[in-house]
Design a protein around this ligand. Sequence first.
Ligand code: HEC
Length: 156
Amino acid sequence: MTQSNSNKSFKSIFGITIMAAVLGLAACTPTHPDVKARQDIMKNYGDAAKIMGGMVKEPDTFDADVFKEQAAFLATESKNPWSHFEDTEAVGNAKPEVWSNNANFLAESENFQKVTAELNTVAQTATTVEDIKPAFGAVGKSCKSCHDDFQVKKDD
Ligand code: HEC
């Protein structure tokens, strides 16, 4: 009796270990490290854009310090994703045009670095939403323009 009980619990523990191993494997199935790195950066772009965009939509909530911080973050991070697009095996949700039309892709990434630097400059002395609106609009356009040509959308 005692023995069969402990045998049973050994089995179920063993079962759990196998399950964990299987789930662990599933969780690790291949996201190329470059894809993960650039998607993580892009997600952070999304968070920063959401915070700033929220203030643009509701000017009463404008907080110059927070805006400044987010604009500086975006300007710094604007340099970082592009080296993670060099490996043609790292497809992710990038369209083939990233590589077949690489000159355009790089031009988009350079324009993005320019407009985020401009937003950062304006944000450092801005006191109202009106001050940052045009520069923020240019950044939003840059995200969209690149995504239109180079990011696979869910419904593509
Ligand atoms: C020069 C091109 C370019 C610019 C500029 C750009 N993106 Fe992206 N973005 C991409 C590409 C390509 C992908 C798809 C990456 C992948 O899945 O491998 C992407 C993916 C994303 C994703 C999805 C990330 C995920 O988890 O899969 C978000 C969110 C995003 N971008 C937000 C932004 C925001 C916000 C901006 C502007 C502040 C921006 N991007 C600017 C090219 C760009």
